[in-house]
Design a protein around this ligand. Structure first.
Ligand code: EPZ
Length: 436
């Protein structure tokens, strides 16, 4: 028995209205839970979204014998003991890609780590060669025992196992590899330089906070990050404020453009959303951009009045791959033919078959490229969301469609979006959670 969302669509009408508050970013808070291993005492996190992945990361940390205490509606404290259990709980870490981020701080702190190849969504084979190659360059040795990777740091000064700072070049500007190696450098001996690092704003927030606790990280948000190694950090009462989730905000902006009369998206960071907002404005969406909010109003024209645009997903600040699926739903309703080129993952166009079954006109040329011809009316269907973001795209498509849809695999959506049905009901969506 699993859960699903039952949705009655608006058949292209724009009836939604009201406010949606954006929660803390999943792809910042998971990394913040991981950086807690760099602290000798405790670290506090606030604005933590209540999503499945946060629960899994808390369980993972408990398996490493850190203690995670929820101290408020959206605030947590993570306490680490003298020495931690260095073997990752198999099932959780296999299912959660973000578990890989724990390897950096764990290896740097304890000198060893045992972990399974991390799982995650079905959006691609998600290799970890950049992590393994970089740890090796920092002096670690890596063996595999079939189930686990076993990584040990070299013997450093005073006989302790410590990673050695060095200059690293990332074969691809991997987001979590950048963040993992930045954290590893905090406790490594000497200086670690990470070249071709990813530019995500979440990495800047993580680095800025760690620097207030005694780390010495320079260049976060640029293509070269320099980390001067030192001792365990001290949280001493400081609180990491999880930044707003720009992917959640972008997803709701797309929903608003397609189905809202007047939607106010609050507590977001529009300055981190240029690629999407530029595309939506260019398509003709009446979008008002404030310092920490977005508003779609006066949205009375039919979706066919919107002009289609091409998408090429790129590393930040390019068009986010996590918004590709929701944006393709928009393109099925706008007028014109558009090309979607998914450059980051090789499995992130699989969901388009569900949209085609709803009535969309999408031709997939290979695992990276598809063309969409709009506008096409969509009809309600049974849909199996293959990953977090495609699951939300199916919810958006179901709201636009005529008739009833069932979006299965609610767990996937719950991994990245807190209480999604309640928040959508509050702006007028006819959605309910069912056991299917
Ligand atoms: C992060 O994943 C995000 N996850 C993803 O969000 C996001 O889609 C992705 O960055 C890209 O923006 C978290 O932050 C927890 P990558 P990550 O390493 O770091 C290849 C969501 O829905 N690669 O930047 O795993 C990889 O295969 C999730 O919230 C290697 O080849 O992505 C991909 O093609 C999905 N070897 C490319 O790099 C490696 O060792 C970029 O992946 C690592 C990555």
């Amino acid at each position: 028995m699993h859960e699903a969302f039952l949705i009655n669509g608006l058949a292209g009408e724009k009836k939604l209205e009201g406010e949606i508050k954006i929660n803390g970013a999943k792809n910042a808070v998971l990394q913040a839970f991981a950086f807690s291993l760099l602290f000798k005492d405790e670290v506090s996190l606030s604005n933590v979204p209540k999503i499945e992945d946060t629960d899994r990361m808390s369980e993972l940390l408990a398996g490493l014998s850190a203690t995670v205490e929820q101290t408020g509606e959206t605030s947590f404290v993570v306490r680490t003991k003298e020495t931690l259990n260095t073997e990752f709980p198999y099932e959780i870490s296999r299912r959660l890609r973000a578990s890989i981020v724990l390897t950096g701080p764990m290896l740097a702190r304890e000198g060893e780590v045992r972990f399974p190849h991390p799982g995650g969504c079905v959006i691609g084979n998600r290799p970890i060669d950049v992590f393994l190659e970089s740890f090796t360059a920092m002096g670690a040795t890596i063996t595999e025992d079939g189930k686990y990777y076993v990584i040990t740091a070299p013997i450093g000064k005073n006989e302790a196992r410590k990673l050695r700072g060095t200059t690293l070049f990332l074969r691809v500007p991997s987001v979590t590899a950048t963040q993992t190696l930045m954290m590893a450098g905090v406790l490594a001996e000497g200086t670690t330089v990470i070249k071709n690092s990813a530019l995500e704003p979440e990495t800047v927030d993580l680095a800025n906070f760690l620097n207030t606790c005694g780390a010495r990280i320079e260049g976060a948000g640029t293509t070269t990050i320099t980390v001067h190694g030192g001792e365990l950090l001290s949280g001493n009462g400081k609180v990491f404020q999880t930044p707003p989730d720009r992917i959640e905000a972008g997803s709701f902006a797309i929903l608003g453009a397609l189905s809202a009369r007047d939607l106010h998206i609050k507590n977001c960071a529009p300055e981190q959303m240029d690629a999407l907002l530029y595309a939506l404005r260019g398509a003709g969406v009446p979008l008002e951009i404030g310092p920490d909010s977005l508003r779609i109003h006066g949205n009375s024209k039919p979706n066919s009045a919107f002009t289609a645009f091409d998408i090429k997903t790129k590393e930040y600040p390019g068009f986010p791959t996590d918004l590709q699926a929701p944006a393709v739903v928009f393109l099925t309703q706008a007028s014109g033919e558009s090309l979607v080129f998914e450059t980051i993952f090789e499995g992130r166009l699989n969901y388009t078959e569900g949209l085609v079954r709803m009535g969309a006109e999408i031709k997939t040329w290979d695992t990276h490229r598809a063309t969409i011809k709009g506008p096409t009316p969509l009809r309600g269907r049974h849909l199996e969301g293959p990953d977090i973001r495609a699951g939300l795209a199916y919810i958006i498509a179901s709201i636009v469609a005529q008739g009833e849809s069932t979006v299965h695999n609610a767990y996937y959506v719950d991994r990245g979006y807190e209480a999604i049905e309640n928040r959508l009901q509050s702006i007028g969506v006819d959605i309910s959670r069912i056991s299917a």
